[in-house]
Design a protein around this ligand. Structure first.
Ligand code: GAF
Length: 397
């Protein structure tokens, strides 16, 4: 979901020094520290995270920086370099869930969730700068949440593990901001590591860092931001989630994760009266299978073999889950026609970004083909950049 901070296309235009200096200009004293949390792309495993399934995100070099200091008076002050409106000042004791309350609801929600969990977090001053494109399906919200969570974890010596910070941030987004998201994006921001994709089992939160050094293999992963704004809060996401839960109930399982791939035909037969739910179930069960196949290929060093699985994942999201759009389909189809190894939409859908796996030598031509196809179709020019797996959240200064 978009939170209204600035959206440049590349890494860090100013860096942590600039963020600390801006903090000092806004609040009148230097910050105690500066923390960073990245955006992400998801390689495979889409909409599986609220079905207890598998996901495989990697961190982008694009980050949200939070400069912060503790306060002793129970006041939370928030300021963003990308948002108009000056300082947002809130009283910790008065924090209440505030659906659709704008960008400040994300950091405020994190503080609320920490206090709700009984953690001794007090007031703070925070200033944010971000290079994670907003509304692009690249998890600018989770980056904002996790930068906040890590800053407070350190400022108040809370001693929480990154995965637990992700859980608190998800709780903030679900209960405070009002978006029924899964755990993928927050975990990606908190737990990804440089040079790896993160395999996550969203049921038991088991994690495995899977080496993902595309450059070393002569490959590239391109991100195509279609510039079609995606919003998670608009109901379609919640509808898909409710449909999946309905499918699980009809099949008598705790979550769709519990439908084995081999039993998919039988499960679909049982849902014959509900074709819409049937299609959602088919996507989730086949998508979990695709994640497992991607992991097997990467473990065996067969990186190029994941291309067709990415493309099959896109077809499933387009035809069964019905969350693609013209621009995403055009990006995927054009990239594949121009020689990519595979491509798919990534993230929540209804706009946002696609990823393209491509041989290094073919990357410029594939990018140019997508740009030309967008121009020919009368769409705004897409933003295309390379995804190199960066580090998860960390303290910068
Ligand atoms: C959004 C959500 F926030 C995630 O939890 C996940 O469901 C994703 O959409 C789809 O895979 O990013």
């Amino acid at each position: 979901a978009a939170h209204g901070t600035a959206a440049p296309t590349t890494g860090r235009p100013h860096g942590a020094r600039h963020t600390a200096e801006t903090f000092a200009a806004v609040y009148g004293a230097a910050p105690s520290g500066t923390w960073a949390a990245p955006g992400r792309v998801n390689l495979i495993g889409e909409h599986t995270d609220y079905n207890d399934g598998f996901v495989m995100p990697l961190a982008l070099p694009h980050t949200t920086l939070a400069a912060a200091s503790a306060r002793t008076d129970g006041v939370l002050r928030l300021h963003s370099g990308g948002a108009d409106g000056g300082i947002v000042e809130l009283c910790l004791d008065a924090l209440r869930p505030a659906p659709q309350a704008g960008w400040a609801a994300y950091p405020a929600g994190v503080v609320w969730a920490m206090r709700e969990a009984g953690l001794p977090v007090g007031g703070a001053d925070l200033h944010f700068d971000s290079t994670v494109p907003t509304g692009a399906g690249l998890s600018s919200s989770a980056a904002l949440e996790i930068a906040t969570a890590l800053a407070l974890n350190d400022l108040y010596a809370l001693g929480q593990e990154p995965q637990h910070l992700a859980r608190l941030a998800q709780r903030a987004e679900n209960a405070f901001v009002g978006v029924p998201c899964g755990i993928m994006d927050q975990t990606a921001a908190a737990c990804c590591t440089q040079g790896h994709a993160l395999f996550l089992d969203t049921r038991d939160l088991g994690r495995r860092q899977i080496p993902f050094d595309l450059a070393g293999e002569g490959l590239r992963l391109l991100v195509v931001d279609t510039r079609v704004k995606h919003e998670l809060g608009d109901g379609a996401y919640a509808e898909r989630r409710a449909g999946c839960e309905r499918g699980a109930r009809a099949l008598g399982v705790r979550a769709l994760r519990d439908v084995p791939y081999a039993q998919l035909p039988a499960a679909l037969a049982r849902l014959a009266d509900e074709p819409a739910v049937q299609a959602l179930v088919r996507h989730i069960v086949t998508e979990n299978r695709r994640v497992e196949e991607v992991v097997a290929h990467l473990d065996a060093g067969r990186t190029r073999a994941i291309g067709p699985l990415l493309t099959a994942g896109h077809a499933s999201l387009r035809d069964d889950f019905k969350i693609s759009c013209r621009e995403l389909d055009l990006a995927v189809d054009t990239a594949n026609a121009a020689g990519a190894l595979g491509a798919r939409m990534t993230g929540g859908g209804f706009g946002g970004s696609a990823i393209v796996l491509v041989e290094e030598a073919a990357a410029p031509a594939v990018g140019a083909a997508v740009t030309a196809a967008f121009a020919a179709a009368g769409h705004a020019a897409p933003r295309i950049f390379e995804a190199v797996p960066g580090p998860g959240a960390h303290r910068v200064e």
